[in-house]
Ligand binder design. Structure first.
Ligand SMILES: NC(=O)c1ccc[n+]([C@@H]2O[C@H](COP(=O)([O-])OP(=O)(O)OC[C@H]3O[C@@H](n4cnc5c(N)ncnc54)[C@H](OP(=O)(O)O)[C@@H]3O)[C@@H](O)[C@H]2O)c1
Length: 276
């Protein structure tokens, strides 16, 4: 293979869909996940390398980097991430820290590890760094402060990185709305004892409304993961890649409304929607 892309978080969802899409488009793919067992069902081939990588574990990032020294790595897709829900008033600092460790610090650690390899193998303008943020990196919703903050940080990170290296290696920021993946079931695993913590607080109702709203919306209107992967691949393959890729009518619509309607009205609508 002449060009390889490394993707984080390939056990499910967008990462998993990207593996198939990139391979079909002729890329060699380094598919990474925390548990190797979660990658076992990927069809083997000369165009696939599977590696264990936890983005919060520097040693596993370094092992993965060493295992990529013999391939022409030209692109990185920073996809791994999860959502930590919960009202900020009840959120433990450790929960916020863990959210940033994965979604922000982990993304940075991986980028920093693989950027020199991409620089080495890609001609000017040929390499790609893709960062998966979210519509919640551009606007915020209640009950989701930790995740909102982490994705706003990813937006700022990608914009800063682009200013610094973008002429050599284009940086593409992806801002999806609701995508049909494991995201929402993982979200409930990351809740821990939150459901009992909110009992008897004014947030009890809002959290339940949040959970059912988001689940229903994603089921009814969410974009399939492979359609999202196709959008990302198209942007990555473009000769002159876009700076931002807004994925989904919900992401586009919410960002437009956020820009054009008065802030007070926007807040009122969100509070009503989420029962705060
Ligand atoms: N689905 C949506 O509606 C949506 C919308 C906007 C943005 N996004 C973003 O899209 C990205 C992919 O999410 P998804 O929707 O595809 O959800 P998903 O199906 O839950 O996939 C998330 C992936 O990230 C991995 N991951 C989590 N923590 C990790 C860590 N410390 N190290 C390495 N991998 C880790 C998970 O691996 P494990 O199996 O090991 O946990 C999984 O492979 C995330 O950054 C998410 O924030 C999703």
């Amino acid at each position: 293979m002449k060009r390889w892309v490394l993707i984080t978080g390939c056990s499910s969802g967008i990462g998993r869909a990207l593996v198939a899409a990139c391979r079909e488009a002729g890329w060699g793919v380094v598919a990474t996940a925390r548990q190797m067992s979660s990658l076992e069902d990927l069809p083997p081939g000369d165009d696939l390398r599977v590696l264990a990588m936890d983005v919060t574990d520097e040693a596993s990032i370094e092992s993965a980097r060493l295992a990529c020294l013999d391939i022409p790595l030209k692109a990185l897709i920073n996809n791994a991430g999860y959502g930590q829900m919960g009202p900020l008033e009840l959120l433990r600092p450790d929960e916020l820290r863990a959210q940033f460790e994965t979604n922000v610090i982990g993304l940075h650690a991986v980028t920093r590890a693989f950027l020199p390899l991409i620089r080495h193998h890609a001609a000017r303008g040929e390499g790609r760094i893709v960062c998966i943020a979210s519509v919640l990196g551009r606007l915020s919703i209640p009950m989701c402060g930790a995740y909102n903050a982490s994705k706003h940080a990813v937006v700022a990170y990608a914009e800063s990185l682009r200013l610094e290296i973008g002429r050599d290696i284009p940086v593409i920021l992806v801002e999806p709305g609701a995508i049909q993946t494991e995201f929402r079931s993982t979200l409930m695993k990351a809740w821990g004892d939150l459901p009992t913590r909110v009992l008897g607080t004014p947030y009890h109702h809002a959290l339940e409304t949040y959970r059912s709203q988001r689940e229903r919306f994603a089921e009814e209107h969410g974009m399939p993961a492979n359609a999202c992967a196709a959008r990302i691949l198209k942007a990555m393959s473009a000769a002159c890649p876009p700076r931002r890729v807004i994925v989904g009518f919900d992401s586009r619509g919410a960002q437009l409304l956020h820009r054009v309607i008065p802030a007070g009205l926007f807040e009122w609508a969100l509070r009503r929607l989420y029962g705060v």
